[in-house]
Design a protein around this ligand. Structure first.
Ligand SMILES: *[C@@H]1O[C@H](CO)[C@@H](O)[C@H](O)[C@H]1NC(C)=O
Length: 982
């Protein structure tokens, strides 16, 4: 939930009107673009684009950066030296360089500024800011993978270049050219990534402001000529936008670098934006953007489609992909950042244009301040890059099981009675859901950690009713704290001095939902300690153990601030300017909340339970703390359509627990749109319906038939596939693998599929979904990359790949196929909530592939605590072989055979949970006459056990529908070893 805007009420009214008149085509509301800067309005962006233009148009331009050969040292996996920047007047600037090589095969290049490091600069305006360049982004973003490589070695030290070999089997090489300074990364002798190849590198060094004499123009004389000899200083010393002036006490300090990917046609990443997964070019020409991709976390409500404009979160990580090779870079800088993307095509053979032509993608990274700090990933597989990135920034947390089920939200459920009524209505209509949410109106006058006594007089009874069906409550707490009297929270914030300061180093005051507010400075460890105390059950009375958190507005959103956020010259803990840390702000706040919830249950309840927090703003690393959603979208088809590439882009960027508001936040969706959105939402890793305060109520039971029934089916589908989703979350939490997977990730050799971003696979299940996102669609065309059979999920219609296949998609259908070769775990009994499915039996769907085999996994634990870390979990591999005529369940647990009480108790509790059905899709016709199969269960340790006969049913091929067979009630435990012999 975000800014309503002064026109919120009017706009929803006009939407309704237009719908009634039937002339509704384009949204009546859209982002206030003029509130946000273009590159041209952002001094450092404009300067660096101009620099790139000068470089390009100056023949024989020489980049002024040189690595001093004598300064180069190599020690324990780190190369260090000094890069010299030569200025026009002959002076030089010293820039300390490090190139660190890690065991994981990742390389890291950093460049700092010696004078700033030593604090030998003067700040203007008496600023109390730090003098160094910001060097703490790693403290928040990086949690592992930085063990220095002992195998890395200096290969050559020449006059012209120095090179180091590193990585697996020393197949990686970094070649550092001394003059001009440039770095080339090779894998197996082939160039993959180049730094400063285009000479756009620009490190704006500190300099004192030289006041130019003001020449008075005398009566009757010509104006004196402007000084055009120097650089354009107009945006160096201060900068105004939208009535706010940034004081810039350190003057110009941008860092910029061009990073090229020779031979790579596609670049993915740089979330969060609304455009296609494969990034578009940003300079010149038709169908290209005119601005760079911008990363400056902002409250951009009613955002526009297909745009490089910034949104709420930033992940400065991109992957370049070509046939059979993926590489990537992480630009670790938390300041405002812009990325230009251009492509150039050079023909390998000039006489055969087009044939063998190679596209190179060039990226130009521009940050306002901070270090130049780049991590380089050389692949070669998509998972190698995403896995190494995830090892560095942390894996997505394994969420509590309820968190991957359905969430019902609205701004606002207005009373505790209202919440209980909605809860009862879901039950009455037999619609499953797990969590109901409270937006800001539950508070007493927007004071967080309070309940409105008129509307929520008895929150505990409400939470108790929810708990009766294992349901949860999520309430919102934002980082702005109301500046008012008689509010102990703000009193403590002030007296403990834990709020963000303004440029004069006094407490900063701005406007948000409560009116005048202060902002918790979550960069301060003491603020984390204090934040912890506020969530205690005995402090925030009325909260129960089934209540969890939503952190919104943490970009931070400041209604009266520049670009709806904080002034850049505000000061945070450690005297860092807001400018330096802006994109990390949201992460630090969620981190504080996560830790507070951890403490709440651990310290007070001795309950080792996994926190749940949803965030709107994020950075690399936020995935460790919880889920994100794509903010304030609109109830129009284009926003439904864009949600899929947006979520795919997050899934390949290490932040897979992502969702978009189902139904669209602003405006009233048609019933068809709402229905289609639930069908798509059933495939979002984070699945939540949400709506703006000015919209009509739209809980699924209100839609009426056939819509309510169809939406219920979509929800049941999600619930039935929860075992598959939870397994995918487990994989993500251990390897960083995406939960929903784009074509290039699953089929990295199939270049026809690299740009496809409207269909995706779910985890490793082989489920291929392409939700309908256009009005009135009756069918959907899916692209099958491989020579494999894909079966319709619902009726087993068989499609043969490779190629495009048209699948019928009337309103009651979700285009969903099963790729041959997989085994999919399900739980098919309809329940009110996922918590009530804990002891339900499983169905296994064996989808036979071309090879005659199929394989799948299942991960399971208590869905709540951290006991899985001690071994209290079940992890099985199911393997089917036509040749052997058998299906087997094998153990995949790696935690060893822990014999702790907890583990034993968990496994004993699961012994009663069985497989109730096995469905074999694409069953061999030779099974036609079979009436029974043999089932044997192997207790762990022993190798054999008694065999029993179990009934078997075969259903023959019917037109295009594949033959299938069903084993009914094999009676084996889900956690046990067993074998079914056909
Ligand atoms: C939160 O930040 C602190 C301090 O940087 C860090 O020690 C902790 O691991 C972070 N929490 C998570 C869940 O990443």
């Amino acid at each position: 939930m975000g800014v309503k805007g002064a026109f919120g009420r009017w706009s929803s009214y006009s939407l309704v009107l237009l719908c009634i008149l039937g002339i509704y085509t384009t949204p009546a509301v859209s982002v206030k673009k003029e509130n946000f800067k273009t590159c041209d309005q952002s001094g450092f962006c404009k300067r660096n684009r101009a620099y790139a233009d000068t470089v390009t148009s100056t023949s024989g331009f020489k980049s002024p950066y040189t690595l001093e050969p004598a300064s180069v040292k190599f020690d324990h996996g780190v190369l260090s030296g000094t890069v010299i920047k030569s200025l026009a007047d002959g002076a030089t600037v010293r820039l300390p360089l490090t190139v660190a090589l890690f065991d994981s095969g990742v390389a890291r290049v950093t460049l700092d500024e010696e004078k700033r490091k030593k604090g030998e600069i003067d700040l203007r305006h008496g600023s109390k800011a730090r003098k160094e360049r910001y060097n703490e982004a790693e403290k928040w973003a990086i949690v592992g993978g930085t063990k220095l490589s002992s195998g890395a070695a200096m290969k050559a030290v020449g006059k012209v270049a120095t090179s180091v070999v590193y990585g697996p089997e020393s197949k990686f090489e970094a070649i550092i050219t001394h003059s001009p300074f440039a770095v080339e990364f090779r894998r197996d002798g082939e160039t993959q990534i180049k730094f400063n190849d285009k000479a756009f590198m620009n490190f704006e060094h500190w300099r004192p402001k030289v006041e130019k004499p003001v020449v008075e123009k005398k009566e009757g004389e010509e104006a004196p000529p402007e000084d055009t000899t120097g650089e354009d200083e107009s945006t160096w010393w201060d900068e105004s936008f939208g009535g706010n002036t940034d004081s810039k006490p350190r003057g110009p300090e941008a860092v910029a670098l061009d990073i090229s990917f020779p031979g790579y046609e596609h670049v993915f990443g740089a979330a969060e934006h609304t455009g296609p997964l494969s990034l578009k070019e940003t300079r010149g020409g038709d169908r290209k953007y005119s601005d760079p991709y911008r990363l400056y976390n902002s409250d951009v409500f009613e955002y526009e489609m297909d745009s490089p404009m910034t949104l709420y979160g930033s992940i400065p990580f991109v992957q370049a992909h070509k046939k059979d090779s993926t590489v990537g870079v992480l630009w670790l800088n938390a300041a405002e950042t812009w990325i230009d993307v251009t492509k150039s095509t050079a023909s390998a053979n000039p006489l055969s244009l087009g044939i063998g032509a190679k596209t190179t993608t060039n990226t130009h990274w521009i940050s306002e301040s901070g270090l130049l700090d780049v991590f380089v990933f050389l692949g070669p597989k998509p998972q190698d890059v995403i896995g190494a990135y995830s090892e560095l920034t942390g894996y997505t947390q394994l969420p509590q099981h309820f968190a991957i089920a359905y969430h019902q939200c609205r701004w606002n459920y207005v009373t505790d009675e209202d919440v209980m009524d909605v809860d009862r209505k879901f039950d009455k209509h037999r619609i499953p859901y797990d969590v109901i949410w409270l937006d800001i109106e539950y508070t007493h006058e927007k004071e967080y950690f309070t309940w409105d006594p008129m509307t929520f007089p008895d929150p505990l009874t409400m939470q108790k009713q929810l708990d009766g069906h294992e349901r949860k409550l999520v309430y919102i707490i934002d980082p702005h704290i109301k500046n008012t009297d008689n509010y102990p929270v703000v009193d403590e914030l002030k007296s403990k001095d834990l709020a963000t300061h303004n440029k004069d180093d006094n407490i900063y005051e701005g406007w948000c939902w409560p009116g005048s507010s202060h902002w918790v400075d979550a960069f301060n460890p003491k603020a984390h300690d204090w934040w912890k105390t506020l969530f205690r059950y005995d402090k925030f009375k009325g909260t129960a153990k089934n209540s969890w958190l939503w952190n919104d507005m943490n970009e931070p959103s400041v209604f009266n601030g520049p670009e709806t956020t904080m002034p850049k010259d505000n000061l945070h803990h450690g005297q860092w300017e807001h400018r330096d840390v802006h994109n990390l702000n949201g992460l630090t706040f969620v981190n504080a909340t996560y830790n507070a919830l951890l403490a709440r249950d651990k310290e007070e309840e001795k309950h080792n339970v996994r926190p749940f927090v949803l965030t709107r703003s994020f950075y690399s690393g936020s995935q460790r703390m919880g889920a994100m959603w794509t903010g304030d979208n609109q109830a129009i088809w284009s926003h439904l359509e864009a949600s899929i590439p947006m979520l795919l882009s997050l899934n390949i960027a290490g932040f897979p627990f992502a969702g978009a508001d189902v139904g669209g936040f602003f405006g009233n969706p048609s019933k068809e749109l709402l229905t289609r959105w639930y069908q798509a939402g059933a495939f979002y890793p984070f699945f939540r319906g949400h709506a703006h305060i000015d919209t009509r109520r739209r809980e699924p039971y209100l839609a009426g038939e056939p819509y309510t029934g169809i939406i219920t089916q979509a929800l049941r589908l999600r619930y039935s596939l929860l075992p598959a989703w939870y397994t995918a979350f487990h994989e993500a939490s251990t390897t960083g693998a995406p939960i929903i997977r784009p074509q290039y990730y699953v089929h990295p050799s199939d270049d026809k599929g690299f740009a496809i971003d409207d269909q995706f696979y779910v985890g490793s299940t082989g489920l291929l979904a392409k939700p309908v996102t256009v009005e009135g669609a009756e069918s959907q065309e899916l692209y099958l990359a491989d020579k494999e059979t894909y079966y319709d999920y619902f009726d087993f219609w068989a499609y043969e790949g490779p190629g495009k296949e048209k699948v019928a998609a009337p309103l009651n259908t979700i285009p969903l196929l099963m790729q041959g070769g997989h085994i999919i775990p399900r739980r098919d009994r309809p329940r009110r909530s996922s918590g009530l499915m804990k002891w339900d039996p499983f169905t296994l769907v064996v989808v036979i592939g071309h090879s005659g085999d199929a394989e799948g996994t299942l991960y399971l634990d208590d869905g709540e605590s951290f006991d899985f870390q001690e071994g209290a979990y079940i992890h099985r591999k199911f393997a089917f072989s036509t040749a052997a005529g058998s299906l087997q369940s094998e153990d995949l647990t790696t935690a060893g055979t822990s014999t702790s009480k907890k583990v034993k108790a968990y496994l004993a509790s699961m012994a009663q949970v069985h497989v109730e059905k096995v469905i074999i899709v694409g069953a061999p016709s030779a099974w036609q006459s079979k009436a029974k199969v043999q089932v044997s269960e192997t207790a762990s340790g022993s190798s054999s056990s008694a065999t029993k006969d179990v009934p078997f049913e075969f259903v023959a091929k019917d037109g295009g529908k594949a033959a299938y067979a069903v084993v009914k009630n094999p009676g084996v435990a889900i956690g046990a070893g067993w074998k079914i012999q056909f």
